[in-house]
Ligand binder design. Structure first.
Ligand SMILES: Cc1cc2nc3c(=O)[nH]c(=O)nc-3n(C[C@H](O)[C@H](O)[C@H](O)COP(=O)(O)OP(=O)(O)OC[C@H]3O[C@@H](n4cnc5c(N)ncnc54)[C@H](O)[C@@H]3O)c2cc1C
Ligand code: FES
Ligand code: FES
Length: 1338
């Protein structure tokens, strides 16, 4: 065998030759560390986030075609890249040469905030454009299905995409001749475009044209190699692993014969994650390369034969083509496969994953195997011993040895037969999110009638997600043969299937009753689908479907996006060059898009740098009996393992009232608690060694995980907090009605795209230490590190260039990690880097507090709430962190937009054995607000009024007083509410929703509108002080620094706008390098919506000081330039540098008296959302959202709208799909994007309209603006209540009129189970306590 061991591929047009390749190396670290191409980002390492997207191009010498496809670099072994061209974000354009139109447009359309997801987005769009220069919007949104963004809410990214479509600006849906921009859809007046929108936030006419001839060409050398050079098997090896890439089928079989246990790696999307996350190791890997036989596409007389090596994307294209060409009766199975191929993973995974890999992996939730199984597919196998065929049936899927491949065999191709006349095949799935999410349950179903007049001749039903393998309901199907296709048959079928496909109450994945319900709901859908076709074919023989059933068959999914934005015009008096109020692009927008923006882990390796990784507790409450480090310490490259013993008297830090321990000493209090830290020469070595640390635990009692358990054990941090107004007890005596209720709200993972990252560099002189860290609170990092190292703060400098998303999660938790990392760096006198993997980050760092809210409301029959007694319990986890502050803010903000004349609200932070929860955008308000709104919903239901009416009745009116006796003027609140009613055509649409609901039994729509009063302020003057430093250089250029952190919210952009206005110079003349404790000391945490507000006032102050000094010079030479003035000032010994300072707003709260003036101002708003739900599956779609906000005078409408939308989508995620799951032992199950679903592009409302109220008042904030970072999160609950409305409609129709209490998040599971019907009644239920559940609601 002719073998080569040299790896040759191209990256961005440059040849890469690797002689000693480690087969374990993935492309992502190779690009980032070896080639220093850091534009491609790490977000999850498992193919789930798209941050690492690159384009892979391959030339096929037989077809003479180049295939470009997107791929996740984190899952591509570099050994698989021989002969390919890799294009990264750096390869398509840069600010040094020419930026690519995709990069330009995503930046200029404001599609970047923190920018961490942007290179991945750019590469997904770019790759699509390489294949389709004039794509449709559907193709574009489809291409972005595998890319997550936590900041933008996707609307501006969609806007950027639209500019590449042939007819930009519209949804391009011309079905029935109606498009989204047409004035009337369903007979309803739509948002009046022209008159209501402002000029666009970007100028399309400025954009560079897309010119496909300018793209990087495929390297000719690779073409020649592919055509001329003989193919040679490649062999790569390291001490641990061998990699064989055979190039002929014969060789492949020989390798498989020699190494029968070795996996045949195709896309590596199944084996890769197993090796990475599940500890599976393969010493030998076989990865076939360009073996033609594996890519066959053969049309035979009875079906299609598809090569096992075809990617799922290729299979999708082939099937799409086939269904166009063949008659419908032949292509039933292909249609079903296409349906699931449309939502399976994202485009990157579909392009990498192979058909063979998918089938052979036999994932229990595989979307294709259930269809292939019912479609009677067969597998063509080959080994050195010869060919054979096996059926893809239940035995194969459950890996029965006699029905499986032999170890030496490979799968060559798959036969997928045509369907026959009177044969019907369908596919169903329901996932937590509509796209790019593994199914909770999926199914393939087939029935064959033949000429039997509606009598079942053959029936096959398979399910995924309901057991360790795809399950076929074989016995049930057998028993139904010969039956008529009618309702009795359906009823029997449901009972049989439920018995056969039984699911234990403890089944992994939980949601057991939901899964049981889906099993038969899908069956019902299939029954209806087939009945409808039969009826169409023979209306006389087959009965009509009852009208009410028709709605079960339509799809919810609508991908067309349309948005309108309305913002304030600048006044005519404003100077044309004054940038305040203009939609200036994010300062780093273009750098985000080219990958040039540098994040913490993009910093180059420092000489002798070490990597630190943590070992965390696997028990929730236990004594540490022993820790054995010997094996870890003996591993190659390991330098040290730091334990609590090393840290000794510096193992904790106290910021609040309780000290936080860094590394566990003798006990652990949650799973994920830091126990020790392994220090090694490389990340890989540190991670391997960490696995060898042996810790023996002894479990302790009690184990408290849930809020209810904490209440039982009286486990709270500090005594209750209370706010009281009026006389609640007296008021309860005079009301017409009293209700009591409760709502539980789950937590939320920050899921910032950039995980916790830092690099600590000892300077080697005077004990100085530089800390480069992704944090919102550099001063705190400085303090905690200084205290740990027993140094004065002036020796520790903390630097933050930018942060890839934070949302509250990069302050206190980051501090603990930084303290240990700095300790290690100091101990060894070497730089130490620590970057958490996604799973570690999710496990260790906590998130938003879950809440339990209990309420007792006293109200009049007309809806007026006169008395409200409320209790808030938060699940704080095992340490204090900011939990008490969160509770306090929750109490102060719980009134939302309502005047409750008599109110008592008490709050407790529960101490539990979970990772400590912390600050998260909204800081208690999203939870407290939801509890209040739920109470209002219940009051409305009791009064027989619409929730909107009860909301309006109880709303603050003009000048009023809050429960803490701060005066408010609610004029703008009422205006937002009224305007939102008007722009959303609320009344008309409410009537339309009711009509729809009356006509559709299985689909329901819901409409809800919520008001917002978001108080902005920090509760103390000191917390609101801010400083800035402005230098003018002699060439007239300006450098500005301030204490705020750029984490995507655009604060640096706004600060440059401030300097530009104050000094009257163009923004291009002003530069901002980042934030550092060296330039601005003692800066407060960046958070609480006020970063631009406070720091802007400090920047303004500095500029005004400078202007005052320079005024005489400028007035002497008014026509001079800044260069002239700076030079003159220098010559006259006038300082060109000034510190600016803002003392903070007056702010106080006296908890004893329950009164004060904690907030400076209120952000008002309202949001109206409409959803449609599928009562049979629990699926929902946000059809339209209208938001009206009072933002004061917007400094930058593009940034402000971005904050509103981004926060809204994050809130929508919080209230609908983001669900954390903990085991009964306190282990977090949801540790990555595959298990935890944040909103993806499919979740953006089909229509999204944002309007900002015209500025109406002058305030003492920065240019009368308002901070908007957090408030929009709460508006996401309009979707929650719209779903609630839809579910209530379904329940009413089913005769269920009692009160409906729904917990958050309102997942498909909760929606489905609340829409009770005969199917939910049919399923077996487990007696409480009869089984140990997979997860517990914490
Ligand atoms: C982020 C992400 C999201 C996903 N979402 C979904 C989803 O929504 N729905 C869904 O159904 N699936 C989903 N998947 C799973 C995905 O479909 C499978 O991982 C994929 O199809 C496996 O194909 P592969 O080529 O990458 O397999 P590989 O990882 O390369 O190989 C998998 C296995 O197949 C064997 N094998 C491969 N080819 C052959 C052959 N020719 N002969 C013999 N053995 C062979 C290998 O030995 C190995 O054991 C997702 C995966 C990821 C990573
Ligand atoms: S880092 Fe590769 S997909 Fe998330
Ligand atoms: S801009 Fe997309 S993750 Fe921050």
């Amino acid at each position: 065998m002719d073998r080569a061991s040299e790896l040759l591929f191209y990256v961005n047009g440059r040849k890469v030759i690797e002689k000693n390749v480690d087969p374990e190396t993935m492309l992502l670290p190779y690009l980032r560390k070896k080639l220093r191409l850091t534009g491609t980002k790490y977000g999850c390492g498992g193919g789930g986030c798209g941050a690492c997207t690159v384009m892979i191009s391959r030339y096929n010498p037989i077809t003479n075609r180049i295939r470009h496809h997107p791929a996740n670099a984190c899952l591509i072994p570099i050994c698989s890249l021989y002969g390919t061209a890799v294009t990264t974000v750096e390869g398509i354009g840069s600010t040094h040469t020419r930026i690519h139109p995709v990069q330009e447009r995503i930046a200029k359309c404001h599609g970047t905030q923190c920018g961490f997801c942007t290179p991945g987005m750019v590469m997904s769009i770019y790759t699509l454009l390489r294949n389709h220069p004039e794509p449709t919007l559907d193709q574009l949104t489809d291409a972005l299905g595998g890319n997550l963004c936590r900041c933008t809410g996707y609307r501006p990214i969609i806007d950027a995409c639209k500019t590449f479509c042939e007819t930009s600006g519209c949804c391009q849906s011309k079905e029935n001749g109606v498009c989204c921009l047409d004035q009337r859809i369903n007979g309803l007046p739509e948002f009046e475009e022209g008159s209501k929108t402002s000029p666009k936030l970007f100028a399309e006419e400025e954009f560079l044209p897309l010119d496909p001839t300018q793209e990087l060409i495929f390297p000719p050398e690779l073409m020649i190699m592919a055509e001329k050079q003989p193919q040679r098997t490649r062999v790569f090896g390291s001490e641990r692993m061998m990699w064989f890439s055979p190039v002929t089928l014969k060789e492949l079989l020989e390798f498989k014969f020699k190494y029968p246990q070795a996996p045949v790696i195709m896309g590596n999307t199944s084996v890769g994650p197993q090796m990475k996350f599940k500890g599976v190791f393969h010493p030998v890997i076989i990865s076939p390369d360009r073996i033609e036989e594996l890519s066959v596409v053969n049309h035979t007389h009875n079906g299609l034969t598809l090569g096992a090596g075809l990617s799922l994307a290729q299979v999708k294209d082939i099937l799409a083509d086939v269904v166009q060409k063949l008659p419908g009766e032949k292509t039933q199975t292909y249609h079903a496969l296409l349906k699931h191929l449309g939502t399976l993973a994202g485009s990157q995974i579909r392009n990498m994953a192979s058909l063979g890999g998918h089938i052979i992996s036999r994932h229990p939730d595989s979307d294709l195997n259930p269809i292939l199984a019912v479609g009677n597919c067969t597998l063509n196998l080959l080994s050195k011993e010869g060919k054979r065929q096996i059926p893809l049936n239940e035995q194969f899927l459950s890996k029965c040895p006699n029905a499986d491949l032999k170890p030496q065999e490979i799968l060559v191709s798959v036969n997928i037969p045509y369907s026959r006349k009177l044969e019907f095949v369908s596919a169903f799935r329901q996932a937590q999110r509509q796209e790019n999410a593994l199914a909770i349950v999926n199914s393939g179903m087939r029935v064959f009638f033949g000429e039997g007049h509606g009598i079942i001749r053959e029936l096959s039903i398979s399910y995924g997600g309901v057991g360790p393998a795809t399950i076929c309901a074989k016995n049930s199907c057998q028993k139904l043969i010969g039956r008529h296709w009618n309702e009795e048959m359906l009823d029997t079928a449901c009972r049989l299937v439920l018995e056969e496909v039984s699911l234990s109450g403890s089944a992994p994945g939980g949601r057991v009753e939901f899964k049981r319900t889906l099993i038969i709901s899908f069956l019902f859908k299939f029954y209806l689908e087939v009945s409808q076709i039969l009826k169409k074919m023979d209306p006389i023989r087959y009965p009509s479907l009852a009208d009410k059933h028709e709605s079960a068959l339509e799809d919810l999914h609508s991908k067309h996006h349309c948005s309108t934005l309305k913002y304030q015009h600048m006044g005519p008096k404003q100077h044309p060059e004054d940038p305040i109020g203009h939609p200036i692009m994010h300062l780093s927008g273009v750098k985000h898009a080219t990958g040039e923006a540098i994040y913490c882990d993009d910093m180059p390796l420092v000489d002798q740098e070490l990597f630190l990784t943590f070992v965390t507790s696997s028990r929730a409450h236990a004594k540490i009996v022993s820790i054995d480090l010997s094996e870890a310490l003996s591993m190659p490259g390991v330098v040290d393992v730091i334990t609590a013993e090393h840290l000794s008297d510096v193992n904790s830090f106290c910021f609040f009232t309780e000290a936080e321990e860094f590394l566990a000493t003798d006990k652990v209090f949650c799973v994920g608690q830091l126990v020790c830290a392994v220090l090694a020469d490389s990340e890989v070595q540190a991670k391997r060694a960490a696995k060898q640390v042996k810790i023996v635990y002894q479990d302790l009692e009690p184990l408290i995980l849930t809020i209810k358990e904490a209440i039982q054990h009286n486990s709270f941090f500090e005594p209750e907090r209370k706010l009281e107004y009026g006389n609640v007890d007296e008021a309860f005596k005079v009301v017409d009605q009293i209700l009591e209720g409760e709502i539980h709200m789950g937590g939320q993972e920050h899921f910032y795209m950039e995980t916790q990252s830092m690099l600590v560099v000892p300077k080697g002189e005077d004990q100085e230490m530089d800390v480069y860290v992704s944090t919102q609170f550099p001063k705190y990092i400085q303090d905690i590190v200084a205290s740990t190292l027993k140094l004065p703060a002036n020796k520790v400098m903390c630097h933050v260039k930018r942060v890839g998303g934070a949302f509250g999660g990069k302050a206190f938790k980051t501090g603990v990690i930084a303290a240990v990392t700095a300790f290690a760096a100091n101990k060894h006198g070497r730089a130490v880097r620590c970057v958490l993997e996604r799973g570690e980050d999710m496990l260790i760092t906590g998130g938003r507090h879950p809440y339990l809210g209990k309420y007792k409301a006293g109200f009049m029959n007309d809806g007026r709430i006169l008395a409200l007694d409320m209790e808030h319990y938060s699940n704080a986890g095992n340490s204090l962190d900011e939990s008490l502050l969160v509770i306090e803010m929750g109490l102060l903000k719980m009134d939302n937009a309502y005047k409750f004349p008599n109110l008592r609200c008490r709050g407790w932070a529960c101490r539990t054995n979970l990772p400590s929860n912390t600050a998260f955008r909204g800081f208690g308000f999203p939870q407290a607000g939801l509890i209040t709104e739920s109470c209002i919903m219940e009051v409305a239901a009791k009064c027989g009024l619409s929730p909107e009416k009860v909301r309006m009745i109880n709303m603050y009116k003009e000048i009023d007083q809050t429960p803490y006796k701060q005066e408010i003027n609610a004029k703008n609140l009422i205006q937002c509410w009224r305007e939102c009613m008007a722009v959303s055509s609320y009344s008309l649409r409410k009537a339309a929703v009711e009509k729809f609901n009356a006509e559709n039994y299985w689909k329901k729509k819901g409409l809800a509108m919520v008001p917002l009063k978001y108080p902005v302020g920090l509760g103390s003057r000191a917390a609101g002080q801010a400083a800035a430093l402005v230098h003018i250089y002699l060439d007239g250029s300006v450098l500005v620094t301030h204490g705020g952190i750029e984490m995507g919210q655009g604060v640096h952009t706004k600060m440059i706008q401030v300097v530009s206005r104050e000094l009257g110079m163009p923004i291009s003349n002003v530069h901002l390098r980042g934030t550092s404790t060296e330039t601005v000391p003692n800066a407060n945490v960046s958070g609480g919506s006020v970063v631009a507000d406070l720091n802007g006032l400090a920047v303004k102050d500095a500029c005004q000081t400078l202007l005052k000094r320079l005024e005489p010079i400028i007035s002497k030479n008014p026509k001079g330039t800044w260069k002239d003035w700076a030079q003159t000032a220098f010559d006259e010994s006038i300082s060109l540098s000034a510190v600016g300072y803002f003392r903070g707003y007056e702010s106080d709260i006296n908890w004893e008296k329950g009164e004060g003036h904690p907030f400076e101002y209120f952000v008002y708003g309202a949001a109206c959302s409409e959803v449609e739900i599928d009562c049979l599956t629990g699926d929902h779609k946000n059809i339209r959202t209208d938001i009206v906000m009072d933002v004061g005078c917007s400094i930058n409408p593009a940034i402000d709208i971005g904050q509103i939308e981004g926060a809204f989508i994050q809130g929508m995620g919080l209230y609908t799909i983001e669900e954390l799951n903990y085991s009964p032992q306190g282990v977090l199950h949801t540790r990555g994007p595959d298990q935890y679903k944040i909103p993806a592009i499919c979740d953006t409302p089909t229509e999204f309209h944002i309007s900002l109220l015209p500025p109406s008042e002058n305030s003492n904030t920065l240019y009368s603006s308002k901070g908007l970072g957090e408030s929009g999160v709460f508006l996401g609950c309009s979707v929650f209540f719209a779903i609630h409305d839809a579910v209530s409609a379904a329940r009413r129709e089913r005769g269920l009129h009692g009160p409906l209490s729904l917990n958050s998040p309102l997942t498909p599971e909760k929606i489905r189970m609340a829409c009770e019907d005969k199917f939910t009644k049919m399923i077996p239920r487990d007696e409480p306590g009869s089984c140990v559940p997979w997860n517990v609601p914490i």
